[in-house]
Design a binder for this molecule. Structure first.
Ligand code: GRF
Length: 212
C-alpha cells in the first residue's frame, strides 16, 4: 500500500479535501510546522497520524529542513504532498524528495509565483485565474505541471472573493492529482512534462488536462 505524507501550516482545507476524497487505499500521515495549525485537529479527529516539526525550534533553515525530512522519512512516503505548507524548502530537501514531492499553488503557473497571488492577478487585470498542482523542483513555484483549473475573474472581485473561487477548484484538482498518483497513472516524460495515463474525466469546465 502506498504511503503519503501531507505537510500543512494552517487551516488545512486542501488536506481535508484529500482526506475526504474517496481515494484508493493508502497510508496517510500529516505533519505541520506549526503546532497551532487548524488542520491538525481535523486530521487527529479522523484518526490520521500527525506530527509537528516547529520551525521556530531551529535557528537555521537547513536544520529545520533536515528535521522535517527525518520526520517525513519515518513514514517511508511514496509521495509528499504540500498542502498550504508555508515554509520555503531548501534545495537539499527538495532534491531528497524530488519526483515524489508535489504542491498546490493558487495561480495558473507560471503566472504569479510567490505570495498574494490573488492580489497579483487582480493588479494584472487578468480575466482568467486559477490553481496548479505541480511537482516541486528547487526553483520556487515551478516544476512539471500535473493539473490546472481556471476560474473567471469578475469585475467586482476582491482578493477574498477570488481566493474563495480558486480554493473551490483547489479542492477539486488536488484529490484528482493524488488519485492519479495512487493509480500509478502519473509519470514524467524526461522533458519536464507530466504524462497522465488513462481516461480523464472532463466534468469541470476549463479543467486541464481534459482530454488525452
Ligand atoms: C491554498 O490556497 C494553497 O494553494 C496555498 O495556501 C492555501 C492553503 O489553504 N498554498 P489550506 O490550508 O489548504 O486551506
Amino acid at each position: 500500500m502506498k504511503s503519503i505524507v501531507i505537510l500543512i501550516s494552517g487551516r488545512g482545507s486542501n488536506m481535508q479535501a484529500l482526506l475526504e476524497a474517496d481515494l484508493p487505499e493508502c497510508k496517510i500521515a500529516v505533519i505541520s510546522n506549526r503546532p497551532d495549525a487548524g488542520g491538525l485537529a481535523y486530521a487527529r479527529e479522523r484518526g490520521v497520524a500527525t506530527a509537528v516539526v516547529d520551525h521556530r525550534d531551529f535557528a537555521l533553515r537547513a536544520d529545520f529542513d533536515a528535521a522535517l525530512a527525518e520526520a517525513i522519512a519515518l513514514h517511508q512516503p511514496d509521495l509528499v504532498v504540500l498542502a498550504g505548507f508555508m515554509r520555503v524548502l531548501g534545495d537539499a530537501f527538495v532534491r531528497r524528495f524530488e519526483g515524489r514531492l508535489i504542491n498546490i499553488h493558487p495561480s495558473l503557473l507560471p503566472a504569479f509565483p510567490g505570495l498574494r497571488t490573488h492580489a497579483q492577478a487582480l493588479k494584472a487585470g487578468v480575466r482568467i485565474h486559477g490553481c496548479t498542482v505541480h511537482f516541486v523542483t528547487p526553483s520556487l513555484d515551478s516544476g512539471p505541471i500535473v493539473i490546472q483549473a481556471a476560474v473567471p475573474v469578475h469585475a467586482a472581485d476582491t482578493e477574498e472573493t477570488l481566493a474563495a473561487r480558486v480554493l473551490d477548484q483547489e479542492h477539486v484538482i488536488y484529490p484528482r492529482a493524488l488519485r492519479w498518483f495512487l493509480e500509478d497513472r502519473l509519470s514524467l516524460d524526461g522533458h519536464g512534462r507530466v504524462r497522465v495515463d488513462g481516461e480523464i474525466s472532463s466534468d469541470v469546465i476549463l479543467l486541464a488536462p481534459s482530454v488525452q
